[in-house]
Design a protein around this ligand. Structure first.
Ligand code: ZN
Length: 241
């Protein structure tokens, strides 16, 4: 579903969302409400050649990958707010559950950009992943929009990144079991996708501004399902099944 933002919608939006680097301009179709690469200066750890190299990940496969998991927002940045929920709390819970699932079930280690309700700058998030030498990076978010009927799943990758597209697609294909509205795999110049030196994907698992999506996100069983599906999507990407 594509939605066009109107001035009236924009006025409503300001009451729902509080992300400073809002990605959408009037007249554009809906894009996930996440910070673009212009939101902060490039992190010190960024290798400008990394996104161009795009070596097929299967060629450089390591026995025990390091998976970077980024719980969106946190601390003074709640992310999307709606239906009594804060995006920052949902993403942290899903991320912590995904870490637990991965480290229990797969021969992988996990590095988290945050493990509690704290502020972490965009540069710090990418520095953590880059300095850890992470094999790939997955950022977890919940969508929001001025039109409360907008709902469903989408994932994102950095434009032109084949590995990123593959990661975003594999995660999407596992997560879609939890949704009836499938919005697709899309590309955008989001900060955390741009400035990570490894394949990266960003998931928007439902809309906090939609009553049905929010009611599901408010249950631990649904968040555990998302965490498990995220993990299985990462497994599909890295191990091929
Ligand atoms: Zn977000």
């Amino acid at each position: 579903m594509k939605l066009t933002r109107t001035l009236a919608a924009a006025l409503v939006m300001t009451s729902i969302l509080s992300v400073p680097a809002f990605a959408q301009k009037p007249g554009q179709t809906l894009i996930a409400n996440e910070a673009l690469s212009s939101a902060e200066p490039a992190p010190a750890s960024f290798d400008p050649n990394s996104k161009n190299a795009d070596v097929p990940q299967s060629i450089v496969i390591a026995a025990n990958p390091i998976i970077a998991i980024d719980a969106g927002h946190g601390g003074s940045d709640p992310g999307g707010v709606g239906n009594g929920l804060y995006e920052k709390n949902l993403t942290l819970d899903i991320a912590n559950r995904a870490k637990s699932y991965i480290t229990t079930n797969y021969p992988a280690s996990v590095v988290m950009t945050r493990s509690s309700d704290v502020d972490v700058s965009l540069a710090s998030r990418t520095n953590i992943a880059n300095n850890a030498g992470a094999t790939f990076f997955v950022s977890m978010h919940i969508n929001a929009f001025s039109d409360a009927s907008a709902n469903g799943l989408e994932t994102w990758y950095y434009p032109g990144s084949t590995n990123g597209l593959n990661l975003a697609t594999d995660v999407y294909n596992k997560l879609k079991a939890s949704y009836t509205t499938l919005r697709g795999v899309k590309s955008a110049d989001f900060y955390v996708l741009h400035y990570t030196n490894m394949p990266a994907a960003l998931g928007e698992t439902g809309f906090i501004s939609n009553a049905t999506d929010a009611s599901k996100l408010n249950t631990t069983t649904f968040r555990q399902s998302l965490a498990t599906q995220y993990s299985q999507g990462m497994h599909l990407y890295y191990w091929g099944n």
